[in-house]
Design a protein around this ligand. Structure first.
Ligand code: SAH
Length: 446
């Protein structure tokens, strides 16, 4: 039997961007409702001590509620904030960082207002969409409905680079014209599974990756020729084969079908090569603000030894190397490590050493004297081995860049007996979503 609770007041937003409703002692998480709004809420399920609900009727609309640009934003799950004004999004992200630091790290400190974008739409340089067929045999592409594998067709996405949608539409037409079958998850049959598009912000370069179930699918040459003639902005096409029954998009086998197989882009004057599977920051405009704020915290005098831990393809360490004596970049992923070495060569950088290792394992065995630590771990944060070695080594300054305020706060709590927080700056790398990136400057207590 459906259970509806009427007249619920939304009091906050959760870290996943869901409205938080208090009903007596119970907490209900609910999509599409913002603080100050009221709704009749249908209870869907109970998990880990909280209820999850769905808005049945909304009243008391927030003055921060706006018309979303995308019609499917309420069901796609990618943009939790499209119905929330951009000012309110930034306010909410600043508040989330402040609260995580105070609640988890027990640090009450000034948090600078989250740095936003002038135009917070169409920023994403990496677009990946599943392809499939509808009941009538028409090819469809779009996004998976939240927590499902149902494709919701979409005309264009509000946060992705505008160059992507016209290419996706022509791929759909070509598949239909040439009778190239899309992959069917249930039967495991068909050819095209996903299309991934990567765009360059600084160069007129664009990569299309066709994720298929078999190398050299029938009609491939014609398909490529036709696609490139309709879209001369495509500078390279790569085929990636993934025939495993998995949610992971890319497989291990790759073949360049057109152009050089990679594109390049710049961050703060350095050039980076991006291949189909490389990690690269998805917001090319905000990444420059993020790195500038982070590196401004360091008083460089060309004498510093900097450790860039969790370094990806080496971007921030390579930029820092211009003003430091030496940089050591540590990254666990082999292909990112290889890209980083190539990126150093490409930019004529000679004072960075690249280590492919677990950051904690590296630092606990190393006898280097490190002056400054820049760390940018994945969402799960860092670990005790790494952080306790940093404390043993008494590294004077830490710049912690994080995409998850909760694990950031947990790690700062761990460091807090020896380090004090000097600076907290959230940066909006992912407008329209609930995600937030934060830079924290920490210094060794006297
Ligand atoms: N600093 C980079 C990348 C940040 S993403 C940038 O700004 O682009 C985090 C990186 O940490 C990923 O490249 C991931 O492969 C790496 N990583 C994850 N766990 C790690 C570990 N235990 N040790 C070292 N690197 C790790």
């Amino acid at each position: 039997m459906t259970k509806i609770i009427s007249n619920c007041l939304c009091v906050d937003i959760s870290s996943e961007g869901k409205g938080v409703i208090k009903n007596g002692k119970d907490i209900i998480f609910c999509d599409g409702i913002f603080p100050g709004e009221k709704a009749d809420v249908e209870i869907l399920y109970h998990r880990a001590g909280v209820y999850f609900g769905k808005v049945r009727k909304l009243y008391n609309l927030s003055k921060d509620r706006i018309q979303p640009r995308c019609k499917i934003c309420t069901s796609c799950g990618g943009c939790q904030y499209q119905q929330y004004s951009y000012e309110a999004q930034l306010r909410s992200k600043t508040k989330r960082v402040k609260e995580a630091l105070s609640r988890i790290a027990k640090v009450d400190t000034k948090v600078l207002p989250c740095i936003g974008m002038d135009n917070p739409y169409n920023y994403r340089n990496k677009i990946q969409v599943p392809f499939n067929k509808d009941k009538n045999g028409k090819v469809k592409f779009g996004f998976y409905k939240e927590n499902s594998h149902i494709i919701m067709p979409i005309k264009e996405c509000a946060i992705e680079d505008k160059r992507a949608a016209p290419i996706l539409w022509d791929i759909k037409l070509l598949l239909e014209e040439m009778n190239i079958p899309c992959y069917n998850e249930d039967s495991g049959k068909g050819i095209l599974r996903y299309v991934l598009i990567r765009t360059s912000h600084h160069y007129e370069e664009l990569m299309v990756v066709l994720v298929t179930t078999q190398m050299n699918f029938p009609g491939q040459r014609n398909f490529i020729n036709e696609l490139v003639s309709r879209h001369p902005e495509i500078t390279t096409i790569v085929e990636n084969v993934n025939n495993r029954h998995t949610n992971v998009i890319l497989g291990n086998q790759e073949k360049v079908l057109y152009g050089p197989g990679h594109i390049k882009d710049d961050i703060l004057g350095l050039t980076f090569e991006i291949s189909a599977s490389s990690f690269f920051q998805v917001n090319p405009i905000q990444v420059e603000k993020l790195y500038t704020c982070a590196l401004n915290l360091i008083d460089f005098s060309k004498k510093e030894v900097v450790l860039d831990a969790y370094s990806g393809v080496g971007t921030i360490g390579l930029i820092a190397s211009k003003n430091a004596k030496r940089v050591i970049s540590v990254e666990i992923n082999k292909s990112a490590h290889k890209n980083a070495i190539e990126n150093a060569k490409r930019n004529d950088v000679n004072n960075v050493d690249f280590v492919c290792a677990d950051a904690g394992e590296y630092i606990s065995k190393s006898d280097e004297d490190i002056d400054i630590l820049i760390m940018d771990p994945p969402r799960s944060g860092s670990d005790e081995t790494f952080l306790s070695t940093v404390m043993n080594k008494k590294i004077k300054k830490i710049i912690y860049i994080s995409c998850n305020p909760e694990t950031l706060a947990r790690d700062i709590e761990f460091l807090s007996s020896m380090y004090k927080v000097d600076y907290v700056q959230p940066v909006d790398m992912f407008p329209m979503t609930a995600h937030v990136e934060t830079i924290v400057g920490l210094s060794l207590k006297k």
